[in-house]
Design a protein around this ligand. Structure first.
Ligand code: SF4
Length: 98
């Protein structure tokens, strides 16, 4: 399983983990070492699983909200999540004109 199931969870993210397509897969696939060489195939294999997963949106939201830096979450790499965080952060700084 790509996710760490025994970590404390103080927030309500529902039951999305039960729908995780990676529950029965090798966790190492979702936590490749590096971004080159064999890790490229690992990352793509993990992404393929994510894109069949009913929990992909909830998983990504969890990863962004809880600052999961390592691994593939919701079909995204570490770098992609950094970009999403930057965009969300910038969007949250735009003043409202209500
Ligand atoms: S989106 Fe990927 S990492 Fe997240 S629960 Fe689904 S298969 Fe696992």
């Amino acid at each position: 399983m790509a996710l760490t199931w025994n970590r404390p969870v103080d927030w309500d993210y529902g039951d999305w983990r039960k729908a995780a397509a990676c529950r029965e897969t090798d966790p190492d696939l979702f936590f490749p070492v590096g971004t080159t060489g064999p890790a490229i195939d690992q990352i793509e294999s993990a992404r393929c699983i994510c894109h069949t997963c009913d929990a992909i949106e909830a998983c990504l939201d969890f990863a962004i909200t809880t600052n999961q830096e390592a691994g593939i979450w919701g079909g995204t790499s570490e770098e992609e999540r950094k970009q999403i965080r930057k965009i969300r952060s910038a969007t949250n700084r735009i003043p409202s004109h209500n």
